[in-house]
Design a protein around this ligand. Structure first.
Ligand SMILES: [Mg+2]
Length: 213
């Protein structure tokens, strides 16, 4: 794939994201978000110049190579009656958002491999995303279509759009814990996916200084 293709894909993804925001964000808040959206579009286009797909995949695989042995050990050591869960971010974590502009979006293979091991060994997979609720249905379909077994999908509701992303994501992990699950790992590519605790381990995939959503 050429660099030019990357740039076009990134730009198209950004346009789709902006369209989703336009639909989801109330009119009064759109002016406030418009600047941020266009800025991140420029940053994403710049990322395409810096990060190629092979590098991204190698970097993701390195993180999952650390996660899998831990998960094998932790799953084997489950306490009687313990309901184990893993929480995943979606964009550029479980799906190839910025590298695979198509629908359904392809799975990020190193992460899918680890998720597959976990779901085949009784672990429930929960997906917590900053995506707005309006695209919940297509997101749920996409995750299942590429092989993830979705025990729960948390998207941002109307009021959540005004909250800090890290606080919103942490609150969803608390909700999962309150359903009786032990979150043995939390996997994401942004710092806001992982801060706030409520997971035994965190695994950080690359975002290249915020260039990947
Ligand atoms: Mg992400």
């Amino acid at each position: 794939m050429t660099r030019g293709t990357w740039t076009r894909r990134i730009a198209m993804t950004a346009v789709a994201t902006a369209a989703a925001w336009a639909l989801a964000v109330p009119a009064g808040a759109q002016a406030a978000t418009a600047t941020g959206t266009s800025t991140s579009t420029v940053a994403a286009a710049a990322a395409a110049e810096d990060v190629d797909y092979a590098t991204w995949q190698t970097d993701c695989q390195a993180v999952m190579n650390e996660a899998l042995p831990y998960l094998k050990q932790r799953i084997a050591a489950a306490k009687p009656g313990e309901k184990q869960a893993i929480v995943f971010d979606i964009d550029n974590t479980t799906l190839e958002t910025d590298f695979g502009f198509s629908y359904p979006q392809p799975a990020n293979k190193p992460v899918l491999d680890v998720a597959t091991y976990a779901q085949e060994h009784g672990v429930s997979l929960f997906f917590v995303t900053a995506r707005p609720g309006i695209i919940s249905g297509v997101t749920d379909y996409n995750l299942k279509h590429v092989g993830y077994k979705v025990s729960g999908l948390y998207v941002r509701g109307f009021l959540d759009l005004f909250k800090d992303v890290a606080a919103y994501k942490t609150a969803q992990r608390v909700t999962i814990e309150n359903k009786g699950y032990t979150i043995i790992a939390n996997v994401g590519n942004s710092a806001t996916d992982l801060s706030g605790g409520h997971a035994e381990k965190t695994y950080k995939l690359p975002d290249y200084d915020g260039q990947l959503s």
